[in-house]
Design a protein around this ligand. Structure first.
Ligand SMILES: [Zn+2]
Length: 231
C-alpha cells in the first residue's frame, strides 16, 4: 500500500464531485518532515483502524442476533450505537441489517486502502488551491480532498499533521471516496452528532473515523481530526 513520488498525476484528477476538508490556513512542511514516509505510516495506521472497525461491527452484529450483552458484546453494541445509532432505524431495516450496511462501507474502504498507490497522491499547493477553488478562498490549503470513486489528493498540509490526525483524515477521505453522498454534515462532536439516526449517520463523514478509533483498543472515544491537528 505504499505511495511513491511517481504517483502524482494531475490527469487523474478528473472533474468529479469534490469534497474538501475544514483546514483553513497554510502549514509549511519542515525539512524533517518526509511527506511520503508520513503518508505511508498513516495508511498503515488507518488500515489497522479499519480492520478494528470491521471486527467491532462483526461482534456487534452477532451480539444483536444472539441477544448477547455481556463483555465484548455489550461494548461493541455501545460503540456502534454511539456513532451510527443503529437502534434508531427509520426504515424497515433491522439493527442487524443496519450494522451490515456499515460493514459494507468499511469493507469498501479496506479495498480502497489495498489499492492506495493508485488512489492517493500528493499535490502541490498551487494544484490544491486550484482544485478546491469554489469551496475555499485562494489562500486556503486543505490537508486532503477526495473525488468520489476517482482520487484522493494529499497536500503539503497533510504531512504537518500529527499521526492520529493523519490516519483520521485518511478514513474521512475514504468515506467521501466510496460514496459522494457522504458529507461533512453534522460535525464530529456535540448535540447534532449525538442526535443523528442511522440514515443521517451513514451520510455524516465524521462518524467513520470516530467509530474506527473508538473500535481500536483501549476503545477510548478519541475523536481525531482537523480539530486536533497535532495529535
Ligand atoms: Zn470532508
Amino acid at each position: 500500500m505504499k505511495l511513491s513520488e511517481s504517483v502524482e498525476n494531475k490527469d487523474a484528477i478528473a472533474a468529479d464531485q469534490t469534497s474538501a476538508d475544514t483546514a483553513p490556513g497554510r502549514t509549511a512542511v519542515t525539512s524533517e518532515t518526509d511527506p511520503f514516509a508520513a503518508a505511508n505510516a498513516s495508511l498503515e495506521l488507518a488500515s489497522k483502524w479499519v480492520d478494528n472497525a470491521l471486527l467491532m461491527l462483526w461482534t456487534a452484529r452477532r451480539a444483536v442476533e444472539t441477544s448477547s450483552r455481556g463483555g465484548a458484546a455489550g461494548l461493541s453494541i455501545d460503540i456502534v450505537r454511539r456513532h451510527f445509532h443503529t437502534d434508531r432505524s427509520l426504515s424497515a431495516y433491522s439493527e442487524s441489517q443496519n450494522i451490515s450496511r456499515i460493514e459494507t462501507r468499511f469493507r469498501q474502504m479496506k479495498l480502497a486502502l489495498m489499492q492506495s498507490s493508485s488512489i492517493f497522491s500528493f499535490v502541490d499547493d498551487v494544484t490544491a488551491i486550484e482544485n478546491t477553488r469554489g469551496i475555499y478562498d485562494s489562500e486556503t490549503t486543505v490537508a486532503a480532498y477526495a473525488y468520489s470513486h476517482g482520487h484522493i489528493a494529499l497536500t503539503n498540509k497533510f504531512a504537518a499533521l500529527g499521526p492520529n490526525c493523519r490516519a483520521a483524515v485518511i478514513i474521512h477521505q475514504l468515506a467521501h471516496y466510496i460514496d459522494p453522498q457522504v458529507r461533512d454534515s453534522a460535525g464530529s462532536v456535540g448535540t447534532a452528532y449525538d442526535g443523528l439516526d442511522i440514515e443521517s449517520a451513514l451520510l455524516n463523514v465524521h462518524c467513520y473515523p470516530n467509530f474506527a478509533v473508538n473500535s481500536t483498543p483501549p476503545h477510548l472515544d478519541n475523536r481525531y481530526g482537523m480539530l486536533k491537528q497535532a495529535e
